[in-house]
Design a protein around this ligand. Structure first.
Ligand SMILES: Nc1ncnc2c1ncn2[C@@H]1O[C@H](COP(=O)(O)OP(=O)(O)OP(=O)(O)O)[C@@H](O)[C@H]1O
Ligand SMILES: [Mg+2]
Length: 359
């Protein structure tokens, strides 16, 4: 359905997209995951024909987006990073305008029905008569999603569709996208791994303009979560707690997180790869008369994925967007100093990273 081949985009001497290729089949829901400045929006802008590439090609349903843009674009609905609203129009006027702009040719009744359906799907019936300028950020985002659906395209490209929404709206819009994905091909971008896990069957990880992973979210999370992490809350003397935890077989690190509930202390627990230390934690602490109040798994973050995939830590600073610096174990030692053991492992990983740096 979407075939991207050796895509390259330069902005001056900056390579925003660096030789990206992928194929997305009909009906797939695919997430672009990557830090700020990775090249997600640039790739989407090229796929939708909004920007031209420096080199490489994009085909939508077999049609080259640059050579034959009109039929290719007819298949696409695009929600760009900033919803393209005309602020002097009401939502009704705007969606009718988009209907014409996209060359849809229904009768007045068909048009009304089509736009009415879309408004119901994205939940904007209640603001239909309002000026788009006066809508809240979340509702502007919804109207942006609505315009992408006009003409019922079979491919949807959504650049960070849940940004700026409140938690309830986020859940609603994720469900809307999941639903839309049942009958359409969808590409969406996000910084949030869990969001992509919930919506997408496949994830493309982009970093510094390159595609660094292409897998199911489950596989990706599994690679990263081979060492398991938990938040632990225990009642009792912190020194005793640490000394018990330290002696548990399979434990990689224990990092105190302070007290969030009277009489108890929280710890971030990391087990060694493929070790499940949960039972040992409960039994050892129970034996020492130190009651466990909570043990909660901590999911992999985008940061974890990047460290695992690239051996690098992501800097999200806008000025140096997309740049990454070597994972400095010293920083990780922010945890490790106050945690247990690991110094040898940390040293050898650091040496490895330095060797990689030279190479
Ligand atoms: N019009 C432009 N002119 C010059 N550089 C640009 C332009 N647009 C993007 N860039 C640069 O290209 C790189 C990729 O940007 P892009 O917007 O594609 O990243 P992104 O992955 O969408 O990031 P974010 O998560 O912040 O939205 C960045 O370094 C950015 O600064
Ligand atoms: Mg972007």
């Amino acid at each position: 359905m979407i075939e991207v081949t050796n895509l390259v985009k330069h902005y001056g001497d900056k390579k925003a997209v660096n030789d990206i290729s992928f194929f997305i089949d009909e009906g797939e829901v695919v997430g672009f995951l990557g830090p700020n400045g990775a090249g997600k929006s640039t790739t989407m802008n090229i796929v939708t024909g909004y920007l031209s590439a420096t080199s490489g090609s994009v085909k939508v349903a077999g049609i080259d987006i640059l050579e034959d843009p009109i039929p290719a674009k007819k298949r696409l609905g695009y929600l760009p990073e900033n919803p393209p609203l005309y602020f002097d129009m009401t939502v009704k006027e705007y969606l009718n305008f988009i209907y014409e702009l996209k060359g849809c040719r229904g009768t007045a009744k068909e048009r009304e029905k089509h736009i009415g359906n879309i408004c119901e799907i994205v939940g904007i019936d209640n603001v239909f008569g309002r000026m788009t300028r006066n809508l809240s950020k979340g509702y502007k985002q919804r109207v942006g999603l609505a315009q992408a659906l006009v003409g019922d395209p079979d491919v949807l490209i959504l650049d960070e569709p849940t940004v700026g929404l409140d938690p309830i709206q986020i859940i609603e819009i994720r469900n809307v996208i999941k639903d839309l994905g049942k009958k359409r091909t969808v590409i969406l971008s996000s910084h949030i791994l869990s969001e992509i896990q919930q919506i997408c069957g496949r994830v493309l990880v982009i970093n510094k303009g390159r595609l660094i992973a292409d897998d199911t979210p489950e596989n990706l999370a599994r690679t990263v979560e081979s060492e398991r992490r938990y938040n632990l809350r225990v009642t009792g003397n912190p020194e005793m707690i640490v000394s018990v935890l330290k002696n548990i077989d399979g434990m990689k690190s224990v990092t105190p997180q302070g007290s969030k509930e009277f009489g108890s202390t929280d710890y971030l627990i990391v087990s060694r790869e493929n070790e499940d230390v949960r039972q040992k934690i409960f039994l050892s602490l129970e034996k020492a008369n130190l009651p466990v109040l909570q043990l909660t798994p901590v999911g992999a973050t985008l940061e974890d994925i990047f460290i695992k995939l690239t051996g690098q830590r992501v800097t999200e600073d806008e000025g140096r967007a997309g740049r990454v610096r070597r994972s400095r174990k010293k920083e990780a030692a922010g945890d490790v100093n106050s945690s247990l053991n690991l110094s040898d492992e940390a040293k050898s990983a650091d040496k490895k990273a330095k060797r990689g740096n030279k190479g």
